[in-house]
Structures are given as C-alpha cells and as structure tokens.
Design a protein around this ligand. Structure first.
Ligand SMILES: [Zn+2]
Ligand SMILES: [Zn+2]
Length: 176
C-alpha cells in the first residue's frame, strides 16, 4: 500500500519530510537575492563560492553573488553551448549550425522559463549580424532575470541528444 497521506508516516519520517520541505521553501525564497551565504541561482547553502564560469552576463561576477557547485557546472555547460553557437557564422542555409544550436537553446528555455523564452525569441538567428546576435542572446538572460541554469543545462543536453539522433536517422535514410 503506497502512503498517500503524510499523517500515515511514522513520526521520524514525518519530521524528516517536514524539514526537507522547510529547506526547499527557504531555498526558494533566497533565489535571486545575492548573498555570500547561499547560491543566487538555486538558494542552496551548500558551500557557495565565487562562480568561475567567466560569463559576466549570467550575473555571477556581481558583488556578493555566489553559486553552488551544481549551478556553477550548469553555468559552464550553458556557456559552452552558447560559445559554440556564437562561433558559427550567420548563414541562410537550411542546415545553419548556428540556427540549430539556437533552436536547441530556445526549445530548452520554453519548457523552463517563459520570460527567457520570450526574450530569446526576439533574437533572429537567421538575420542578426554576429555581434548583434551575441549581444541579444546574452542580454536575454539578464532581462529575464534567469536563475534556473541547472534545468537549462539538462534541457539543452536533451535537445542536443535529440538532434544527434535525428542526424543519425537522416544519415541512415540517405544511405539506405
Ligand atoms: Zn545553486
Ligand atoms: Zn557563473
């Protein structure tokens, strides 16, 4: 019989669950508020330190902003994806890799944060010049006050996997 009611739990389990919920609520309230004591992005108080991702626009170079190791590694993953995207030139070809990377970013954002999604979609990966494109994409994160980098890093990884699988599928069909 699965437990459907918290009342059915033994006192120890119940106390543990309640402390877990308390912790989550506390962490949620901290998100977006800079402090040396917690991670700006997820609120975790677990060893926050200065972020070393090097992307100023994510906000981590601001004073009193610290990040936990999970958010820091997510910053680095997202930054790597964006750097790769910016390295491809503007192209009007259907197989533009810049556009493919941009689409992965936008689709991942859509599932996580409506604000970031809206800001990103104001960017035009097809027509914006290289500098404007980069500025607009990076500014989107600040304008949306985006904090959920762990979810975004996971979402982008899923989109990348799906992209690779589709490419393999296309290749198989083309030789088949
Ligand atoms: Zn964090
Ligand atoms: Zn960072």
């Amino acid at each position: 019989m699965p437990i459907t009611n918290v009342e059915e739990l033994n006192p120890e389990s119940r106390a543990y669950l309640e402390s877990l919920v308390d912790q989550l609520i506390t962490e949620q309230k901290r998100v977006g508020t800079p402090s040396p004591l917690w991670c700006l992005y997820c609120g975790s108080g677990n060893n926050p330190s200065r972020c070393t991702c090097g992307v100023k626009i994510f906000g981590c170079s601001e004073p009193f902003v610290n990040a936990c190791s999970d958010c820091m590694s997510a910053h680095k993953k997202v930054a790597r994806h964006l750097a790769k995207m910016f390295s491809f030139p503007k192209s009007n070809r259907v197989d533009s890799r810049r556009h493919a990377y941009f689409k992965q970013t936008v689709q991942a954002a859509e599932k996580i944060d409506g604000n970031l999604f809206r800001e990103l979609t104001k960017t035009e990966a097809w027509t914006d010049g290289d500098t404007v494109f980069k500025q607009r994409v990076l500014a989107s994160f600040r304008k949306a006050n985006f904090t959920q980098f762990q979810s975004l890093a996971r979402g982008i990884a899923e989109q990348e996997d799906a992209y690779v699988l589709r490419s393999i599928g296309r290749f198989i069909r083309s030789v088949g």
